[in-house]
Design a protein around this ligand. Structure first.
Ligand code: ADP
Ligand code: MG
Length: 508
């Protein structure tokens, strides 16, 4: 089962000169070929994909993939369950192949499989390399084969899935989940659920902004619960997958199968429930599933980007069910926690991160953990690509690159003003007026801060746009926000939410 060797030398030569030629130029070919670190490779591929597909697509589908196996120019990409694999294959295969090829520096083709069944996937592509593993995965393989022999992917094969993986991503565990003041409650409650399902905090409802670790927490619950009791049936699904399954079941008249499957689960975790709001039949089905599970002493864990009462068009009966359990929020991490997360990521990737690099990145990225990871990945990618040591200098160059300035160039003053006024429900007049009430001053200062962070506008223009204020007033406002961001998690969450809305708005 030889991992395929590769040299990415030819990949980096051209670009090296382009940057600044500060490398050991031209000797790459004498380096011994190293086995591909597939996890790192995949991180970089994801980083590339994150910029190519929409945020929703990335969050719902792409980010839950992993690399299964590389054999020659065939790469197996895995997803947590049948539906995700189908979706990824049909919608994102081209992007994935392109990103993989560019990272590996040679053309490869991607094949897709449910995690744990990748050996099977390669057998199907390349009958020649038939005698693959017959270890503990044997049963999973047989199941996979049986299902594909039936020729129908969908509910039949889907039904096998909880037994094999539960939709859990092996990377997302408590072991690498950093706990700090911003996620303490959610973490503690989730542990209680994992260790004693069906009892306290049912349902557990975790909410918070994008990239703050909700999905990570849900998967961690699943892993821990299974470690403690391997006979549990656990299922993690995104609400998009849940919706698709409901629709498929209705269409193929397999509602009974669907219900039997969902109602035999001990811990059901549904991620991003906000997406089922407004989808009537899905909500209806979820409501019944929920009730059945709940009455049978089973546990339901839900995540959402907002608390139940703030999810528009969520049925009242669902809302009150959710409110009957525990509602825990996750907030933006403070500086200390951001540092801890970066260190943990460094360890996970087995790279030695100098303190000044950690501090620089932690300072730079104020809000969301996904962006924090993205920033770190970017630096690591630059280091690898240009064969440069990990230094503060490299970090600074990596993070002030074209993509940030490009994003800024796309954001106008008006974009920021609208995002702030919409979020705080204040008028533009208030923002540029002289009112000194806190409800107005805070949005005004946040507007100043975001105008500087997210646009290319000079202070002078920012002041002019906000009621002809001079640039020292603007600077004061910005500094105020910067100082408070460190200690005020509500402020961090607000800033992040507005920034999110800006990014989504300008991306479409
Ligand atoms: P959400 O579901 O809230 O949008 P995710 O769970 O997908 O966020 O987290 C985004 C990224 O940040 C993931 O790669 C995750 O592993 C990482 N992450 C989030 N919270 C933590 C944490 N507390 N410790 C370590 N990594 C985290
Ligand atoms: Mg998530």
């Amino acid at each position: 089962m030889a991992r395929h060797d590769t040299t990415d030398a030819d990949h980096s030569v051209g670009t090296e000169h382009a940057l600044n030629g500060s490398s050991n130029g031209g000797h790459e070919s004498t380096r011994p070929a190293e086995p591909v670190d597939t996890r790192k490779l995949w991180k970089f591929v994801l980083l590339e994909l994150e910029r190519k597909v929409s945020r929703t697509a990335f969050d719902n589908w792409v980010r839950h993939t992993a690399i299964g196996k590389i054999e020659g120019d065939q790469v197996v990409v895995t997803g947590p369950n049948v539906f995700s694999v189908q979706t990824i294959q049909s919608r994102y295969a081209n992007h994935i192949e392109a990103a993989l090829s560019s990272q590996l520096g040679r053309t490869v083709s991607a094949h897709f499989a449910v995690a744990g069944q990748e050996a099977n996937a390669l057998n199907r592509i390349k009958p020649a390399s038939s005698s693959s593993r017959s270890d503990s995965n044997g049963s999973a393989q047989r199941r996979g084969q049986a299902a594909s022999a039936e020729g129908s992917v969908g509910m039949k094969q889907g039904r096998l899935e909880p037994a094999t993986s539960g939709g859990l991503n092996p990377r997302l565990r408590y072991d690498n989940y950093v706990v700090g003041s911003s996620n303490q409650l959610a973490h503690a409650a989730s542990l209680a659920v994992a260790e004693n399902p069906g009892h306290l905090y049912n349902p557990l409802f975790v909410y918070g902004g994008v990239g703050l670790g909700k999905t990570h927490l849900l998967h961690s619950i699943g892993h821990r619960a299974l470690e403690l009791n391997a006979s549990l049936t656990i299922l993690y699904v995104t609400s998009e997958t849940f919706t698709n399954e409901v629709i498929n079941a209705i269409r193929s008249q397999k509602m009974d199968d669907f219900r039997a499957r969902y109602r035999s689960i001990d811990i059901l975790m549904i991620d991003d429930i906000q997406f089922i709001a407004g989808k009537e039949s899905t909500q209806e089905e979820f409501f019944h599933t929920f009730n059945t599970l709940y009455q049978n002493g089973k546990h339901v864990v839900i995540s959402s980007d907002k608390p139940p009462r703030a999810i528009a068009s969520l049925e009242e009966r669902m809302r009150s069910r959710f409110e009957g359990g525990l509602i825990a929020d996750v907030q933006s991490p403070d500086y200390e926690m951001r540092t801890a997360i970066l260190r943990a990521k460094g360890e996970e990737l087995k790279v030695n991160l100098p303190d000044d690099v950690v501090q620089y990145v932690a300072h730079k990225d104020q809000t969301n953990i996904r962006e924090l990871e993205g920033a770190l990945n970017k630096i690591l990618m630059m280091a690898q690509l240009y064969r440069r040591p990990l230094t503060l200098q490299l970090a600074m160059e990596s993070l002030t690159d074209a993509s940030i300035s490009q994003r800024r160039a796309g954001v106008t003053i008006q974009d920021v003003v609208s995002a702030v006024t919409t979020y705080f429900k204040v008028s533009e007049k208030d923002l540029s007026g002289r009112n000194r009430k806190r409800e107005i001053v805070v949005p005004r200062q946040i507007a100043m801060y975001l105008l500087r962070e997210e646009t290319t506008a000079p202070l002078k223009d920012i002041g002019r746009a906000l009621g002809d204020r001079d640039h020292t007033t603007v600077l004061h406002g910005i500094e105020k926000v910067e100082q408070n961001l460190e200690k005020d998690s509500v402020l961090r969450t607000q800033v992040m939410a507005i920034r999110e809305s800006l990014i989504t708005r300008t991306r479409t």
